[in-house]
Ligand binder design. Structure first.
Ligand SMILES: [Zn+2]
Length: 237
């Protein structure tokens, strides 16, 4: 299954949002319109990044390098309360439109957790992508949000391979197998090269190894997890 539609303000670009004071702000209306236009779109990546500088998208018309990567705009950090506000509005939109949220949380976990906790009792479906924190945070968040919410975690070779093996194994060990998703965290596929295939398979191999399952079992499980994450509840009859 290929997901082509996702929309939202990434924390690296949260500084572009200036009008926050009202839910009638133009960017919020635009996001709502996109949700209506694309019924399969998810909200993301949105979230909190406490270590990245503000970024901008390279302007290809000015022949800036545009290999898909964003480039630092300044050496400024976007204030955390501002990032939290931008995130909060976007999670509310996801809930209003029954969409899943792909959450970017880099640096401190607490600011993201503070926002997520405000959606206690909701039907929030959220995936913390390339999550490198402790499994205990996720277990606690799920407990606090309540049984209607679903907190998923996805892992990628690009990011999670930086963890030492003990931490990686502990994370995989603590997260239930029905709450895992997988990703490459790459912007493009560049065709199915051997290297790309390895990156695709890396999370499956790690989950299979730690959970003592076959690759095939992990694939079946992750596909079911994906459906649970992505499928709108109103679409289930
Ligand atoms: Zn991210």
């Amino acid at each position: 299954m290929i997901l082509r539609e996702r929309t939202g303000i990434h924390p690296w670009r949260a500084h572009d949002i200036h009008e926050l004071e009202t839910e009638h702000a133009e960017w919020i209306q635009q996001l709502r319109e996109l949700m209506e236009k694309y019924p399969n779109a998810i909200v993301g990546e949105v979230g909190i990044d406490t270590i990245a500088w503000q970024q901008r998208i390279p302007d290809s018309q000015n022949h800036e390098p545009n290999n898909g990567a964003v480039i630092p705009e300044t050496k400024k950090y976007t204030p955390i309360p501002h990032q939290q506000n931008v995130l909060r509005y976007q999670i509310q939109i996801a809930i209003d439109y029954d969409r899943a949220v792909s959450l970017h949380s880099v640096g401190k976990w607490k600011p993201a957790e503070e926002v997520l906790q405000q959606f206690k009792g909701s039907k929030l479906r959220v995936c913390i992508h390339s999550y490198c924190g402790s499994g205990d945070n996720i277990i606690r968040l799920q407990r606090e949000l309540g049984r209607h919410a679903k907190v998923f975690v996805s892992i990628s070779q690009a990011i999670n391979n930086r963890l030492n093996l003990e931490k990686l194994d502990d994370l995989i060990h603590k997260i239930a197998v029905n709450r895992f998703l997988t990703e490459t965290d790459l912007e493009r596929t560049d065709g199915m090269t051997t290297e790309y295939e390895e990156r695709l398979m890396w999370p499956y191999n790690q989950i299979a190894r730690v959970k003592d399952l076959s690759i095939e079992e992990v694939k079946v499980q992750v596909e079911a997890n994906w459906k649970e994450f992505h499928q709108r509840s109103e679409a289930i009859s």
